[in-house]
Design a protein around this ligand. Structure first.
Ligand SMILES: Cc1ncc(COP(=O)(O)O)c(C=O)c1O
Length: 403
């Protein structure tokens, strides 16, 4: 993979921050956009913008073709069986809330939803709210000290009242890649649907929803070089078909009258109002960009970056890695003895190194490890080992400052 050539597509990376070359290592929070994505959005607004689906004029047809073309690009990217299974959302958070509000309507008091300790808040709070509305109960499967799901305990928590399993494909706080195929197999053997939160997986390796055999897969555009405010809920058609609308408005209806309203077909029934048309155009451009590089190449390079960073940080005895799962994605969560993660993040920024510090919207994980937070460096295919050297040098600068 030619990272030097790839970086030419990302002018934002070629800047100085606080007098140092920028080392952007906050990709788990949001990735950057190649020119190809920016140009696709600009071209759309410059030539093709109009509202979609209802228009009779040329621009509306063009915009509709682009929006529905983006749906096909997403479908092919995750190998879904049908366009009816691709629902555009504002992001992972909205995709999970959609399931909680729509699928969740069938839950009764005493029903159970099973998640894990390592979930992002957006895969916890929607279920807590659903439990408050429905009287359902949230169950949480534990993890070990390496940050791995305890699969046996997880399976034991699958009971006769479990109505849904919702699990991160990859943990944003620890980097753990969950054994999602085993999770799906165990749940499906008991007739329980599974939602996979793919926010941290989608840009880092090939995702095939039919091979995963999951019922729902949620992800965000802005973590895969696409625009903020875009995302996708994949839903198995057989399950989406029975899901009631969750938001009312334009586009999701077939007919409206004061004596009763009928609803549109999938996926439109679950997409109320004018969507983020330019966002979908940008997301499709991002998918084309990632696909041209090759998801397998991206996964291989990020695995090298992870190995390099893990070895480099291990050279500093005061660094403690949080999350040492055998199967990890390209991020390192760590603490440095005697330095608060926020102070570390600030000093690193002074050295041009952008990382995230805090609880990473996963407070229960922090609680599990007895920590207020961690520093997290997260990698994308455009990162270099030189940037990891810059990170390690900056950690040493912080250590000298706080000595
Ligand atoms: C694992 C995981 N799930 C869900 C989300 C929420 O994504 P968004 O804020 O794009 O909706 C994130 C974002 O960091 C995440 O890392």
């Amino acid at each position: 993979m030619n990272v030097t050539a790839i970086r030419r597509d990302f002018p934002i990376l070629a800047q100085q921050v606080n007098g140092h070359p920028l080392a952007y290592l906050d990709n788990a929070a949001s990735s950057q956009h190649p020119l190809q994505v920016l140009e696709a959005i600009q071209h759309y607004y410059t030539h093709d913008h109009a509202n979609i689906h209802r228009g009779v004029h040329t621009l509306s047809h063009r915009a509709t073709d682009l929006y529905e073309g983006a749906r096909e690009t997403v479908r092919a990217f995750i190998n879904a069986g049908s366009l009816r299974e691709i629902v555009f959302t504002r992001g992972t958070t909205e995709a999970i809330n959609l399931v909680a509000f729509s699928f969740g309507q069938r839950l009764a008091p005493g029903d159970e939803i099973l998640i894990t300790t390592m979930e992002h808040h957006s895969n916890i709070v929607p279920w807590q709210l659903l439990c408050e509305r429905s009287g359902a109960v949230l169950r949480v499967a534990p993890i070990n000290d390496a940050g791995e799901l305890l699969l046996d305990e997880f399976v034991q928590l699958l009971g006769p009242r479990t109505r849904l399993v919702s699990v991160a494909h990859v943990s944003n706080a620890l980097g753990t890649v969950n054994p999602v195929k085993a999770i799906v197999a165990a749940a499906r053997a008991r007739g329980i649907p599974v939602l996979l939160d793919g926010a941290q997986a989608i840009a880092h390796g090939a995702v095939d929803v039919r091979e995963l055999d999951c019922d729902f897969y949620a992800f965000s555009g802005h973590k895969m070089c696409g625009p903020t405010g875009t995302g996708v809920l994949y839903g198995r058609e057989a399950i989406l078909r029975d899901m009631p609308p969750w938001q009312g408005g334009g586009d999701m209806i077939r007919t409206v009258s004061f004596s009763g309203t009928t609803y549109n077909d999938l996926p439109y029934r679950l997409e109320a109002g004018t969507p983020h048309i330019a966002g979908a155009v940008g997301l499709a451009a991002a998918i084309r960009y990632l696909t041209a590089i090759g998801m397998a190449n991206i996964a291989a390079w990020e695995a090298e970056l992870l190995a390099y960073a893990t070895a480099a940080l291990a050279q500093i005895p005061e660094v403690k890695l949080i999350g040492t799962a055998r199967h990890k994605a390209g991020l390192v969560s760590f603490n440095v003895d005697g330095i608060h993660p926020h102070d570390l993040g600030t000093v690193l920024d002074q050295q041009g190194v952008a990382i995230r510090a805090g609880h990473h919207c996963a407070m229960p994980v922090m609680e599990r490890f007895g920590l207020a937070g961690t520093a997290r460096a997260s990698f994308a295919f455009y990162n270099t080992t030189g940037e990891i050297d810059q990170l390690v040098d900056a950690v040493r600068v912080a250590q000298r400052m706080f000595a």
